[in-house]
Design a protein around this ligand. Sequence first.
Ligand code: ADP
Ligand code: MG
Length: 694
Amino acid sequence: MRPEILFPLFKPVTALKGVGPRLGQLIERLAGKYLVDLCWHLPTGLIDRRFRPTVAAAPDGAVATLTVTVDEHIPSANRRLPYKVLCSDDTGTVSLVFFNAKADYLEKMLPLGATRVVSGQIGHYGAEIQMPHPDHIVAPDKADELPTVEATYPLTTGLTSKPLHRAVRGALDQTPELAEWQNVPWLEKQAWPSWRAALFAAHEPESQAALEPDDPARRRLAYDELLANQLALAMIRNAARRRAGRAIVGDGRLRAALSKALPYELTEGQRDVLHEIQADMAQPQRMLRLLQGDVGSGKTVVALTAMLAAVESGAQAAFMVPTEILARQHLETLTNLCRDLPLRIQILTGRTKGRPRLALLGDLAEGRIDILIGTHALFTEDVIFKDLALTVIDEQHRFGVHQRLNLGDKGIAADILVMTATPIPRTLSLTVYGDMDISLLHGKPPGRQPVDTRSMPLSRLDQVVAGVQRAVNGGARAFWVCPLVEENEQLDLAAAEERHGTLARIFGHDQVGLVHGRMKAKEKDQAMAAFVAGETKILVATTVIEVGVDVPEASIMAVEHAERFGLAQLHQLRGRVGRGGQQAHCLLLYAEPLGETARARIAIMRETEDGFRIAEEDLRLRGTGELLGTRQSGFPAFRLADPLAHQDLMEVARDDARLILETDPDLEGPRGPALRALLYLFERDAAVKLLRSG
Ligand code: ADP
Ligand code: MG
């Protein structure tokens, strides 16, 4: 249960005075539902009102505070013209300009002949000096009530700064003093303020420097958030480990048979990671391991080998993937490689329904299936294994964190191997996995030539089509990926269908296939199968082929509107080719004019195929926030911490979290209550529930 002291912070924003349903909705969209979300909504700029020039010296565009005498009111002649109030000092005249003004209000605020202090932005229009809609108008004896420096916040359409300011104020006023959760010597060494003081300081910047990520108040808040994140991850991991695992060894017979059946030798990298994985599985604790290997590095066979170890020991394995296409493909690959092995492999997806599904569930529960491949459908409650010992999760970045944890419950003590091709920079992997063990799969199977990557404007489409035509005539196969239109599936679809139409007219209808997310599963399979078999030579696709698809014979990847894709995505797409022995080509077609970021992305793609380098560059180009497509990738979105600027703090938070749990695994010691409050403050409630006395 959330501690009572935090209750005020988790009231809805509409609980604030002056925030009705309409304003509440805007604030919710901008910052979040609760008062605490307003606290995390930090200013991004400031207005300095200390600049007090004379009227004549007030520069165009500057924010200035002027002391003037009211000379004349000029009401608007019609609704479209502004109401003007002319004011002056010894040096000149300034027009205060109001649209849709109420005359009586202005007459009260700015009586003729009175002196007023006005503050706002200056505009020069020819010889006229204007101040449109002053932010503040006060009498001289109230001048010291003017804020000297005002924070400015990110806004959203329909929400102006004044009501937001008031709401943030209101939220801050509700913040309680909380017991210190940070390690006090560390805190003192950093010379950081207390949590509440830091929050106020962050909302009341005195200077530009206070808006920077290295400001002490901001660093303190960032650290709090990172600590909550690391602590929660470490607790989840502890809880998983606490359940007794089992030692999975196996007698090696299936693995030996596989190794005989494989048409190639494992690479050194594959052998290394298998060594780590198998050693970990042989431990009595539960395995929680991330296997990172670039696109095409050969993770599938590593997973298969690990699963065989589980089967040898008399148990079952699950292989989970994000898409139906990938599930089918893995079924095919695994079935092929294990043709002569005594092994029962099955598939379960959303399409498995009715009686076949019931039969499959029966087989699974009675142990007549050794390896079950599937999509999200594996999560369904009635999917019960007889004895699940290992769960492999492929292309993890497509799944959320919660789903990953759920599957662990299917096998009471099942080991978990998470695989990803999206190379995650170290700092980020910490935020997602905390201290999860990591195996890095280095290198690629031999014989791969670098992909020849070129970029060209879409205006040269004809040339590109002609080039692809030559290659296809020479026996090549090509993927043709269509633009991503603002994540709008309907539009993606239209673009893909249109391109399919034009290419089909050029190449012949039986030569060009089409796959997209909205197609019936059966049609999707057929289109994929026809391309794999070489019946169609060109496969037009939306990004459904982005992850995992393996067609070694394909050697051309054309991407339309490459400027709309992220770096990680482009890297994934390019990874679809260059898997066979032949020279592969990647054509990045872009619309002009090319923006700066898009230009940089394409340049990096041409420069390197190193996934880690690409991931780091991606992080740098995107800056903070929407890393690797934050939401869908299951990355936590940080409100206060900046994964780049606060990189150093991330490591400290991880060590701190580890130390805390080593000495006080259930947070029952002196720092315990404060740390629990921290977890609730950052909405890591799920982690608290894992504590013995959660
Ligand atoms: P990813 O790591 O992207 O999942 P895959 O497992 O799909 O990569 O493997 C990519 C391709 O490399 C597949 O066609 C696979 O058969 C092949 N492959 C994997 N390991 C080796 C190896 N040791 N030698 C040669 N080819 C390999
Ligand atoms: Mg793969």
